[in-house]
Ligand binder design. Sequence first.
Ligand code: FDA
Length: 579
Amino acid sequence: MSTVVETDVLIVGSGPAGASAALALSTYGVPNIVVTRYASLADTPRAHITNQRTMEVLRDLGVEQEVVAQATPQHLMGNTTFCTSLAGEELGRVRSWGNDPLAQAEHELASPTRMCDMPQHLMEPVLVNAAVARGTRLRFETEYLSHAQDADGVTATVRDRLRGDTYEIRAKYLIGADGGRSRVATDAGLPMGGQMGVAGSINIVFEADLAKYTAHRPATLYWVLAPGATVGGIGAGLVRCVRPWTEWLIVWGYDVTAGAPDLTTAYAESVVRGLVGDDDIPVTIKSSSAWTVNEMYAESYANGRVFCAGDAVHRHPPSNGLGSNTSIQDAYNLAWKLGLVLDGTAHPRLLDSYTAERAPIGRQVVTRANRSIRETAPVFEALDGLSPQTPEQLWANIAARKDTTEAAGKQRAELREAIAFKAYEFNAHGVDLNQRYTSGAIVPDGTPDPGFTRDPELHHQPSSRPGARLPHAWITSGSRTLSTLDTVGRGRFTLLTGIGGEAWVRAAEAQEVEIATVVIGPGQEYEDPYGDWARLSEISDAGALLVRPDGFVAFRHASAAPDAGERLADALRTILGHA
Ligand code: FDA
């Protein structure tokens, strides 16, 4: 071991968490190195649902349009279908992912972005290419082995898998974004709750032109109740669209106590045939892999100078499509904090807010995703489809719902209700957007928690209370229409005020830390022609919101303040950990 490479931040892993950490850090001008074990980025589709909050993050990081150009658009995602096979009987549908007309309006009101379906093997190159173009140094086939930290930094030992030798990388901070079997999290001793290997599952990626069974009911997910579909896995057989309507990924369960089946091409083909239900369609198997459903989350995301993000600290099934989203949002939360600590603007205490803010989200996501699996069972219970039986019995049970009897009517009603209840998996807009932080990097304004007037998992409720994400409203600047969210971000704080808020603007300009100022009102740089901002801001024109680089409100004052300078300086001292 002769060489020691130096950097500010070493990132282990190039998945959604590591790649977006690198992208954000490089965007903020923080030197960073990514090491990743394999010779390429993800070679299978994996995570795909990309929610509005993630799209907002990508918008701020300048890659939103690239993702939109490659992703399957929202309007092709929405007819989640329950069926006996793609060619078989349809049991019902859920208008999903913001495609229900009412949900669509809520999505439009909530964010300037749209949800989309961006498979991980397409997402990772977008993130990594942009990160490298902005300065990230990336090393493929480089495996993290261990680390040791001291008062000034972290020394990681890595192995060059091509040459076989090891070397050291000295960094001021280490980010473990090394996935569900994170060695960094283990080495850092992060306490984990929950359980790995709750159920067994197989992913089969294949090509087949299935347009005749899907184009008339476009969806990202087709759920199949076939014999064996409720064994292990994620609650049913799943045919997931990777590229409409020719590339697919099947998720099929196995009994985890019996171990994964032998993943031969013949086995994969037999599963595909069973779920597609049409033997005449040519099928090309591209890959098969086994994985397990996990229900684990870390209580702490950091130990000293080591921080973990993504699956390293929250491991859960793909239900609700939260894996990659949560990973990207972890990284976005952490990156600006590291940037400000590294350039001396903030005290390292600011970094404590990472666990305080993200660990509760990780726990919520793990719990929700696993609960969604269990909530699929009532769909099949309504069809007597869960008890052990022959295929013939299953088909007879399913056919029974067409009878004219009272029992059949009851069965139809139960089925409709159970399918509609799956909105908690396929339309959980609140889970996507209602994140509220409590930490040292948020200054309470003394107002009581407003709670939620509707189901907080299903519905987004905007708030400008410190700890909430800045509400989105369309405003204008000259001939340009933009979101309030477009005025914040880019690695710096932003102060929003209105007519009468001059003292806040002067106070912001007087601070040592860079604060962009946004004045919204008639005759100002930004105007509020629809009155949306006045309705959503929850402050008077002369009040102020201080928004963090990640778009979360850190400080709020409802009205003008003669001592604006002092108040803002106090707030910043707290937020930046100097208090
Ligand atoms: P991720 O696992 O993506 O990345 C970890 C990175 O760390 C990789 O680049 C890896 O090479 C690297 N690494 C690991 N150990 C290392 C070491 N010692 N040294 C250097 N590098 C190291 N989700 C979903 O919503 N729908 C789905 O269908 C699927 N399917 C799926 C299939 C398979 C096979 C996997 C592995 C995962 C899924 N997921 C999924 C989960 C989803 O992919 C996951 O939530 C996100 O990728 C998490 O992103 P991370 O960046 O945290 O980890």
